[in-house]
Write a protein that binds this ligand. Structure first.
Ligand code: HEC
Ligand code: HEC
Length: 372
């Protein structure tokens, strides 16, 4: 899963805009059954995806997955016509033909060697390069050599989950201070790279409501979560958010997250030690009620939640996105991250907040999906 803004932002800011999430969209209004058209297979010239039951969104995800795995854009495999319009169905780019063979090859590898599970993907070999590296990586001078002992040490003497949660709660300000926070308003900006720095405002209200506004070159972009439903508002038109984004908003909006982590994630398992920005952290595997999985990283020294790695599935394999929380500062007795670094396969951003306020009264209406 991408951090709250990313899926839609990437689509909004990049050309062409491509949907990225695998979970089906919530229907805006219940449609009568008779009116529902037969699902139509997308594409005019599908060969390897033909008969695979892919809808438009899944096809887009597969394209995004290939592009991100190879570190290329659509133009690597597709051509435009004389009027500069994309003609995705044409096979004029040799890479498209090779990609078809590669899809078949990858399927065959998984079928023969991995019981048909999607284990090997484009990214396994390509790792962000159009031509995969065939030579082992070079050593970094001064870096410690991997030894069996260093691998073992990662798994030795791990703390209990409850110890981690208690330390996190205390580090974040303690139960009492956390419970006093009823609303939070944050003002700052999101740096999307390439000189695109967009003003951002986020409002949160307990229990678990969130609304945000980002000023993009194409106008304001609002996103919200009312405690149950997520929504986005673009160009004056509101629509329900992807369920995956809404699930993420539910966690992000929780102003007492250290006290509620077990409610959000019924299965939490301490997995081992990893480095986050060069510092030791404990990795905890978290499984939500909807079966989605994340890995949460708690700084070993401070006890704070410093990183989240989340996953979403596409027809060609899993993609991941990473959120890192930095620059924690005390505001009214609780620690708040003033910097958020978000990285996904298609976009990366750094959000910095200049101002964080608590206790401002906020009407529930602010968090509900506006009527169209
Ligand atoms: C690595 C190569 C590769 C990249 C990169 C790629 N595609 Fe494709 N695309 C393909 C292949 C291969 C097919 C045909 C799949 C098949 O035969 O079933 C295809 C088919 C399509 C189709 C269906 C065309 C039709 O009508 O038959 C669309 C739409 C499409 N791609 C869009 C995109 C977009 C948008 C991007 C950029 C985000 C993109 N693709 C990036 C390889 C690629
Ligand atoms: C088992 C490893 C492996 C997997 C998995 C794999 N590839 Fe490749 N791919 C290669 C290698 C190696 C080359 C380079 C061949 C060469 O140098 O001639 C290549 C070349 C390509 C090329 C042509 C290179 C270029 O410059 O455009 C495309 C396109 C491509 N792969 C797409 C894909 C896609 C899409 C997937 C996933 C469906 C995929 N590959 C999965 C190993 C792999």
């Amino acid at each position: 899963m991408r951090p709250l803004f990313h899926a839609l932002l990437a689509a909004l800011l990049s050309v062409p805009a491509i949907a990225q999430d695998s979970t089906p969209k919530l229907a805006a209004k219940p449609t009568p059954r008779a009116a529902k058209p037969e699902p139509k297979e997308p594409g005019k010239n599908l060969k390897v995806f033909k008969g695979q039951g892919l809808d438009d969104e899944a096809l887009d995800e597969a394209m995004d997955f290939m592009g991100a795995s190879l570190g290329v854009s659509c133009a690597h495999c597709h051509v435009r016509d004389a009027k500069q319009a994309w003609t995705m169905e044409k096979d004029d780019q040799p890479a498209k033909t090779i990609a078809r063979q590669m899809i078949l090859m990858t399927r065959a590898i998984n079928k023969t060697h991995f019981k048909g599970d999607t284990v090997v993907t484009c990214a396994t070999c390509h790792n962000g390069h159009a031509k995969p590296e065939g030579t082992p990586p070079l050593m970094v001078p001064g870096a410690p050599r991997p030894t069996p002992a260093s691998a073992e040490a990662k798994l030795k003497d791990l703390p209990e989950l409850d110890t981690l949660l208690a330390k996190w709660t205390a580090a974040a300000g303690g139960r009492e201070a956390l419970e006093k926070i009823s609303t939070r308003v944050m003002k700052g900006s999101m740096d999307m790279g390439g000189g695109r720095v967009l003003p951002l405002e986020v409002a949160q209200k307990a229990p678990g409501m969130q609304a945000s506004q980002l000023i993009t070159p194409r106008g304001p972009f609002h996103q919200g979560f009312d405690g149950t439903q997520g929504w986005v508002l673009r160009g004056g038109k509101a629509s329900p958010a992807d369920p995956q984004l809404a699930a993420q908003a539910r966690v992000e909006a929780d102003l007492q997250l250290p006290l509620h982590l077990k409610t959000h994630f019924p299965t939490l398992t301490v997995m081992g030690r990893e480095a986050v920005d060069g510092k030791e952290a404990f990795a905890v595997a978290a499984k939500a009620k909807d079966e989605s999985r994340q890995i949460l990283y708690f700084d070993a020294a401070t006890g704070l939640l410093v990183r989240r790695l989340s996953f979403s599935s596409t027809p060609l394999g899993r993609t991941s996105s990473e959120t890192t929380w930095q620059d924690f500062r005390p505001v009214d007795g609780v620690l708040v991250p003033f910097k958020i670094v978000a990285r996904g396969p298609h976009s990366a951003s750094v959000t910095t907040f200049a101002e964080v306020r608590h206790g401002q009264p906020l009407d529930d209406v602010l968090f509900r999906m506006p009527a169209n």
